[in-house]
Design a protein around this ligand. Structure first.
Ligand SMILES: Cc1cc2nc3c(=O)[nH]c(=O)nc-3n(C[C@H](O)[C@H](O)[C@H](O)COP(=O)(O)O)c2cc1C
Length: 219
């Protein structure tokens, strides 16, 4: 199966230090996935690699095939993925605006009927919990339902070094066991939904709205 790992920080300036703390969390997630779940394909989608237009124009607002190449390619990757890992810092108790903005560029039909896993972190003691709660609503609306277990990394600058390895070498197994609870749920749901999508196309049963969300309104 194929999973996309979205990293939602584009903050490469300081203060507060360190900048792009999320790189460390993403590297740790990727290492855990490679070490323990290597049979699955995983690709990092770094929001910093997607400089977007100053005036919001989502992928679905372009005529077919006319969207910028990077958006077209990412749309194809989302469509062909079996699930998603969403890594976000907490900014003012919400998910990163860069991650929300990147995801808002794509219609929910590309994400839907697939699971997602929420990973949050912060420099402070709560590990992005408040952002994570809001992400459940956001990801549910996109149709990539978040699994119940979540990963939160408080004081991430003290947990992971620049290279994504735990500052304390002995703690890698404990952190990866903790990550594993969420990743196992994601993989289980990914296998289940992938198998069932092959049997019954959900987009045939429940029509995606084409022009306006009001198409799904009550009569
Ligand atoms: C605009 C802004 C808002 C922040 N809000 C929170 C917050 O609500 N909760 C928290 O724990 N940390 C907060 N922080 C601190 C971040 O946890 C810390 O800066 C972290 O490094 C952000 O991740 P990043 O470096 O990958 O962008 C905030 C930081 C910024 C820049």
């Amino acid at each position: 199966m194929k999973f996309l790992v979205f990293l939602g920080t584009v903050r490469d300036s300081t203060p507060p230090r360190p900048a792009r703390l999320g790189e460390r969390v993403a590297k740790a997630c990727l290492k855990c996935l490679a070490d323990r779940y290597g049979e699955h394909e995983v690709e990092l989608i770094d929001a910093l690699d997607y400089p977007l237009e100053p005036v919001f124009k989502p992928h679905f607002a372009y005529a077919a095939g006319r969207a910028p190449g990077a958006l077209n390619e990412l749309a194809d990757k989302i469509a062909s993925a079996d699930g998603f890992i969403m890594i976000s810092p907490e900014y003012n108790h919400l998910m990163s605006p860069a991650l929300a903005n990147l995801l808002n560029h794509f219609g929910s039909s590309l994400f839907s009927y697939k699971p997602s896993a929420i990973v949050t972190y912060s420099a402070g003691q709560w590990g992005g919990m408040r952002a994570a709660v809001a992400m459940r609503t956001f990801l549910s609306e996109l149709g990539c339902l978040p699994v119940s277990a979540m990963i939160h990394v408080p004081k991430a600058q003290e947990v992971f070094a620049d290279n994504g390895l735990p500052q304390n070498a002995e703690s890698e197994a404990s952190w990866f066991d903790y990550f594993g609870r969420t990743f196992h749920q994601l993989i289980w749901w990914g296998q289940a939904t992938t198998a069932h999508r092959a049997k019954a196309d959900p987009h045939e049963l429940v029509r995606d709205f084409k022009k306006d969300p009001s198409e799904r309104n009550a009569p």
